[in-house]
Design a protein around this ligand. Sequence first.
Ligand code: MRU
Length: 353
Amino acid sequence: MALTLFEVAVWRDGRLRMLDQRLLPREERYLEFTSAEATARGIRDMVVRGAPAIGCATAFGVAVEARRLAARGIPASWSEAMAPGMRLLMESRPTAVNLRWALERMRPLLESTPPADVPDRLLAEAQAILKEDHEACREMGRHGASVLPEKSGGGVLTIMTHCNAGALATGGVYGTALGVIRGAVDAGRSLRVIACETRPFLQGARLTAWELHRDGIDTTLITDNMSGHLMSRGEIDVVVVGADRVAANGDAANKIGTYTHAVLARRHGIPFMVAAPLSTIDLQAADGSAIPIEERPEEEVTHLGGVRVAAAGVRVRNPAFDVTPAELITWFACEKGVVATPDRQKIAGLFSF
Ligand code: MRU
């Protein structure tokens, strides 16, 4: 299929340029970022979102900060000069581990590169991260698609997804969960997609449905609480989602509501796939209980499109992610291949080839 390349986080004229995902699908507006502080604010406020996309934005945020500092003269210690900006980036969102992964990849370059070359070296690394993300998504899509169940009698396979794990959530092409769907389309599979709207931030309604519709993929939007009903009627064949952080034992944190779909899928004997690159695996987290879960502002729950829908003063909870235990995951797909029923040993094995 023809590939759309979204400018999720790209380098343009010495600045970081990002598509403002908060305005989609109504408007395609781009914002420019010239410091780590501004980039961190952009990540926190959801200009860019989705774990791999946050990783790419973070890497470019580091590069743009180095360029800003170098304009005043090469610092005596790059590590010291960059520390405040890198801390702001690190604190911008807690669950997507790609953010920490990107910082850990950039940080050693501050000391190992001749001081005058640091800004260019950081930019080259950020560009490499973006390119690797494109390749990982394509590979993951191909691997994930290869295990999707066949529909008896050559019928149309119905895939349900949650949140947006598409091109918009990665480096701008293919995506992870939507990469698997695109990989299946590329392989000639006949399919349709059920996209859950994803309350409270509506990534499914605003982003996934838009992305897939643009690509001409048959997509039906539902509210999150409709999935059990459709499953009970045999209207969903497989669930494919992304992840923000996968623990060493295969437990996977993803957008709030994912766990509910996984429990329902198990109840109805429906396979459940998690698709994510190796950069989303956190071997330091022994299991899902070690994954920090972001709590976001209550206005995301009390308001819809800027209009208050809940009584003022009502107590609100807004955890942005939940953890699906590995035992509920049928397949974990990444750029290296697919493992069935992920566990500690199989996850560790993905790093050894
Ligand atoms: O809060 P968001 O929009 O950043 O959450 C995004 C998700 O939960 C995605 O499913 C996940 O990051 C995978 S993106 C390829």
